[in-house]
Ligand binder design. Structure first.
Ligand code: NOJ
Ligand code: CA
Length: 697
């Protein structure tokens, strides 16, 4: 053990000095029944609004509690880990060391929602040791920000804990109040692709993260994790009342996680805010990830794309070769022409490679990621696209045969590099728990998408792609925990119900995006593939959205790879509205969430990273509403032409008037107020074109 880490008996149990809220209102600590809990340390956020109190219960179990602005948010929750081959570390612990640190720094996102990210936090590291028996040691590291906390376990290497075979984690989140929770179920066959449930907190069963809670007193909390590396993803199982317990995703073997010490767990995170918009404005997730490990990433170019895709999702074209094959040279050329004509840099092509014929679902071992089908002339399309200033977006669907993909990674990404393909969309379509892993000795195993082995697989793909200067857009991925900071070529993920569900029966309801914004999208960018202006899925079935809402999604959703998902033929019928999709950028210097309630509505303003224009997107659920927004975000001293795309007369997602859209211009400046009238299932998109700036797109 490091000597500087050991603390003297006299100060061992002294509380870290607290000020501000904690001092003026001692409720925070008073919440902890002192008969049962013995506080041993506290730490506060830099602004003193958050207080974390670590206390032992009567059994020597360390707990942590969180108070905010003098009110209890989390009651004492347990800490600890269980093993498959050794007793758990939880009871009969003593505190043998403590250290503190703090930081206030800023860093730059190479691309993203914000250019500059501030990281201001206090850190408290506690070392616990078992008083008897194996005398194992475990650190718990807390980082306390003004808008939430992260904490992780750190296991030093030690004689009685060299290889850790973890069966589960004992971490609890013991909410001090009941509230409303937005969550989707864990461990179900359709992976991450479920609608969000809205229930009372004390009615949650087993949930994936991000899970968002509005507590009885109005405080909003989002539970998630950061920096999920070489570990199993965390879900949340409600044990009793308002208490949730970490539940790690299984793997094919008995331990859910196997690691050699020393190692650290991912950060367990709780973002806290007075309101829903504050959750999105937090940078805690990114700040808890390590800085960029790829060095120069100027080769990564965020970009919009169109694709040989929606016709397949609708069933009009096929991935397989044959009479309705989508990825033919002629079809792809038409998409390249369309992209070039509209200054959209990318064209996704699915079904271009050998392996899709027959029943591809469950037969991922047939996929060849460097072999085009005979009717797809790769060399000619590379030449044609390049001549028109367009690149292809690659597609590697593994069908869940992850080891088969592993064996081809270098071939797949050197093929991409050699064909001018800067980003590859990957896919892992198979039911939960059915990923095929084949070990070196030929043994076949079945893995979960979010188990430790797959967590490592996804990152291996991203790291290998980086060697070839290729970006990755993972579908059926592991959830996003902010690793795009460390590996910026991990551009986006799906991991939820995207636009494809609007083609099929059981469409996304109008509240879906307002749910996603305040849950999954707190974790990072999603390749949702918005922009189906035809508002029609399979067989002409109606999408439950207005046309203006489709445009608004380009500002509401952050993704450095953003698709214009509809077909060129359909866009040709909606060219006035399509102008907004042509104009909107994918890279921002500033983001503000102007208003919002989980599952109801949200309004987002973002500033173009490459210019002076601002953009606004506002969406609602099935309720019509009028939102007044102050244009305080605009830059002072200049005027803007607001190009407004709003729900038109009678617009309503339930009728053919879903297409009613009004497009108009007005001159505005900072300090003006706009009234946004949103139709049922509607939205509004605005480009604030800075006067005097040439239209770039
Ligand atoms: C599911 C993906 O989400 C979708 O975008 C893709 O087209 C299909 N899998 C086929 O790979
Ligand atoms: Ca999917």
């Amino acid at each position: 053990m490091m000597t500087h880490f050991r603390i003297g008996a006299a100060m061992a149990l002294a509380l870290v000095a607290t000020a501000g809220y904690a001092q003026t209102d001692p409720n925070a600590v008073a919440q902890i029944p002192t008969t049962a809990f013995k506080p041993v340390a506290t730490a506060t956020s830099p602004d003193k609004s958050l207080v974390v109190t670590i206390a032992f219960d009567n059994d020597g179990r360390p707990t942590y509690a969180v108070a905010r602005k003098g009110k209890a948010i989390l009651n004492p929750g347990k800490l600890g880990v269980m093993f498959t081959d050794a007793p758990k570390i939880e009871r009969n612990l003593e505190l043998i060391g403590k250290s503190t640190d703090s930081s206030d720094s800023s860093w730059t996102q190479p691309f993203g929602e914000w250019k500059t990210i501030r990281d201001r936090h206090n850190e408290l590291t506690l070392r616990f040791r078992e008083k008897a028996g194996l005398k194992r040691e475990m650190d718990v590291v807390f980082r306390i920000f003004d808008d939430g906390i992260g904490f992780r376990y750190n296991f030093p290497d030690q004689p009685n804990l060299h290889q850790a075979n973890i069966s589960d984690e004992l971490t609890e989140f013991a909410f001090a109040q009941n509230g409303t929770a937005w969550w989707k179920p864990a461990y179900q066959w359709n992976r991450e692709e479920y609608l969000y449930n809205k229930t009372s907190l004390d009615a949650v069963s087993t949930a994936q993260t991000v899970m968002t809670v509005k507590l009885a007193d109005g405080t909003h909390a989002a539970l998630h994790e950061a920096a999920l590396v070489d570990y199993a993803a965390m879900n949340l199982a409600r044990s009793e009342g308002n208490t949730l317990k970490a539940s790690l995703t299984p793997g094919a073997g008995a331990p859910k996680v196997t690691r050699m010490a020393p190692f650290a767990s991912p950060w367990r995170t709780v973002i806290l805010s007075d309101d829903a918009p504050g959750l999105y404005m937090s940078h805690l997730e990114l700040n808890l990830n390590e800085p960029n490990k790829l060095g120069d990433v100027s080769w990564i170019k965020p970009a919009k794309f169109v694709g040989v895709w929606w016709n397949m999702i609708k069933g009009d074209w096929s991935w397989a070769t044959g009479p309705i094959h989508g990825a033919t040279t002629a079809n792809v050329k038409k998409y390249i022409d369309f992209a070039a004509a509209n200054r959209i840099p990318g064209v996704l092509v699915e079904g271009w490679n050998v392996g899709w014929d027959g029943d591809w679902f469950g037969n991922g071992n047939a996929m060849q990621f460097d072999q085009p089908t005979p009717d797809f002339d790769a060399a000619e399309l590379y030449r044609y696209a390049r001549a028109k200033g367009v690149h292809l977006v690659g597609h590697n669907e593994t069908g869940g045969s992850a080891s088969h993909y592993d064996s081809q990674l270098d071939r797949a990404f050197s093929y991409a590099r050699d064909h001018g393909i800067p980003v590859v969309k990957t896919g892992y379509v198979t039911d939960a728990g059915q990923i095929e892993r084949v070990d070196a000795d030929g043994t076949k195993k079945r893995e979960w998408h979010e188990g430790q082995w797959m967590v490592n697989h996804y990152l291996r793909v991203v790291q290998t792609a980086a060697k070839y200067k290729v970006g990755i857009d993972s579908h059926e991925p592991v959830k996003d925990t902010g690793l795009r900071r460390t590996y910026p070529n991990w551009l986006a993920r799906e991991g939820g119900r995207g636009m494809e569900y609007n083609s099929w029966p059981g469409k996304n309801p109008p509240n879906h995006e307002a749910n996603m914004f305040f849950t999954q999208w707190l974790g990072g960018p999603m390749d949702f593939t918005p922009g189906v202006l035809s508002l029609e899925g399979q067989g002409g079935s109606a999408i439950l959205s207005t046309e203006a809402k489709q445009l608004a999604l380009y500002v509401v959703i952050y993704s450095p790879v953003q698709m214009a998902a509809d077909t060129p033929e359909n866009y040709a019928k909606h060219m006035n509205a399509f102008q907004f999709i042509r104009d909107v950028p994918v890279d921002w210097s500033e983001t503000r969430v102007l208003n919002g309630e989980v599952g109801e509505y949200v309004t987002v303003a973002r500033k173009d990273r490459a210019g002076d224009d601002w953009y606004l997107g506002s969406i609602t659920n099935e309720e019509p509403r009028t939102l007044n927004v102050a244009l305080d975000f605009l830059d002072a001293g200049r005027s803007y032409t607001a190009e407004v795309y709003r729900d038109g007369a009678g617009a309503d997602y339930r009728t053919s008037a879903r297409h009613s859209i009004a497009i108009e211009k007005r001159v505005v400046k900072k300090g003006d107020t706009l009234s946004l009238a949103l139709a049922p299932g509607g939205g509004q998109a605005i480009r604030f074109a800075a006067t005097g700036q040439a239209r770039r797109r």
